[in-house]
Design a binder for this molecule. Structure first.
Ligand code: BGC
Length: 283
């Protein structure tokens, strides 16, 4: 078997600008860093106008917005806590004032608050469920209301709207020490599949993208030292960490009409993390 150190860790350059999303209006939650930031930039590269939602780091959100604008795209940033019904509704109102409607929602905002189970506080449990699960519910509900009101606009997209929820391999892999997080992602899985079933007759597509270990601030301790990185590779058959671009490309494709017949799936983008790597030998 190859030592992970012998394998290159590069993601090949992407060939964007097919204008797959021309004329579409997208909202990406938690778009000031990590996966959300990369998704926002990729959607814009394909021609979408993009709302950058953020909670705290205004400067970082502005930088993402400026990146998009300097490439000729339209972008605004809106501060909102996705777990607050009032703030989510105000954010959608502001988006509709600026962009008129929504075609693509990427429910990305999420966080971890880790603790051994016997020490986990109710506040830690609640915070993670509120942001990761209730946040996706609140944003999806506003988007679905608009998709149903407006319906299909054939010049824009074959679908009346698309929702992509960022889940995790932990929607199926149990995770000791992270019980609140795994429970929230298990919830995201069934939230999105159930919405998908309900709204498919309206030509609305709802899917989850389930990343494995992606190089972002949320899991920095798992990749920042060579020791940690090599340990992480025991869990990744493909022997490289994922990059935010791996997720951004998948989300962009799922949002486009190239994926028009796909709804209700969880698409794992994880270098094989969900393949039970421990069983590569033995069993
Ligand atoms: C978590 C990361 C973790 C990865 C794989 C993600 O959903 O946020 O912290 O590295 O799953 O375990």
């Amino acid at each position: 078997m190859n030592d992970s150190n012998e394998l290159p860790n590069v993601v090949m350059p992407h060939c964007p600008h097919r204008n797959l999303l021309r004329g579409q209006k997208a909202l990406v939650t938690g778009a000031s860093s990590g996966i959300g930031k990369s998704v926002a930039v990729y959607l814009a590269q394909e021609g979408a106008d993009v709302v950058i939602n953020f909670i705290g780091d205004k400067q970082a959100a502005h930088e993402v917005m400026e990146t998009i604008r300097s490439n000729g795209g339209k972008s605004i940033s809106i501060q909102a806590d996705v777990s607050s019904e009032a703030q989510v509704q105000a954010m959608f109102a502001q988006m509709f004032d600026n962009f008129g409607t929504i075609d693509i929602l990427v429910n990305n905002a999420g966080l971890q608050q880790d603790a051994p189970f016997h020490k986990m506080t109710l506040a830690q449990w609640q915070k993670v469920i509120d942001v990761n699960l209730t946040g996706q519910f609140l944003c999806a509900r506003e988007a679905i209301r608009e998709f149903k009101r407006r319906g299909v606009v054939p010049e824009i997209s074959s679908a009346a709207g698309k929702i992509i929820g960022i889940s995790s391999v932990h929607e199926v892999i149990p995770w000791a020490g992270h019980v609140n997080y795994a429970a929230s992602k298990g919830g995201v899985k069934m939230l999105n599949k159930s919405i998908a079933q309900e709204v498919a007759p309206y030509r609305i597509r709802v899917n989850s993208v389930a990343p494995g270990a992606i190089r972002t601030p949320i899991n920095q301790s798992a990749w920042e030292t060579p020791e940690a990185y090599n340990k992480l590779m025991n869990l990744v058959p493909y022997k490289r960490i994922g990059e935010p671009e791996d997720i951004a490309r998948t989300v962009t494709w799922l949002a486009s009409d190239d994926a028009d017949y796909i709804t209700g799936v969880s698409l794992f983008v994880d270098g094989g993390m969900t393949l039970y790597p421990g069983f590569a030998e033995g069993g």
